[in-house]
Design a protein around this ligand. Sequence first.
Ligand code: AMP
Length: 225
Amino acid sequence: MIKKDKRIVLMGAPASGKGTWSKIITEKYALEHLSTGDLLRKFRKKDTALARKIGSYMDRGALVPDDIVIGMVDDLLTEGEAKDGFVFDGFPRTLPQAEALDLILEHHGESLDLVIDLDVDEQILVDRVVYRRVCIDCGQPYNLKTAAMRPKVEGVCDQCNGKLIQRSDDTEETFMERLKAYHDQADPLLDYYEKQGKRVAFPCSEMTEQTRREMFELIEEKLSL
Ligand code: AMP
């Protein structure tokens, strides 16, 4: 483990492996994994009007308004939660969020170091979702198209013998809508970071030892580690 004080944003389409990559990178460089999705899920459990308002956006799959999310991130970074560096996953999602993040960091005498754009072939994203099955009891995910992720017995969870199901929104049609929504949101942000010279695309249709090594090489080259 290399301890480094770096600030990274990870961007990628749904099913691109953002959560997994965040974990790999944060463990390697001892950074904090910050996910606004996780923060908001925790926050909405409170019994307050704001928590109910947040829940109503999340239940519709809509973005929570910028002022709420920016306020949360400002509090988090000001409390020094990630003072030794972070990987942001799921934030920023809009241009005002990206601009606010720059300002918050500037206020603390810091700045963003790198934006990694996970680049996964579209057909692979579709396959990850359409062939995904989850255990109805324990939530363990499987994938019928990937040998290493198939259940030992068809339709049955290896871990708890629960029944495997396909989630109702794991269809190609719904996924293509989510993908379009992602690009509508993300493309202006990627342009913003491109202009700042901070964006780097990382081809990662597969998650292997080799791609892990390439990810570390990329980070170490770009951040002069
Ligand atoms: P995620 O776990 O990143 O998919 O986020 C789950 C939900 O939380 C999203 O569908 C949004 O409703 C909300 N959310 C997460 N991050 C943000 C953000 N940066 N801006 C607005 N809403 C967000």
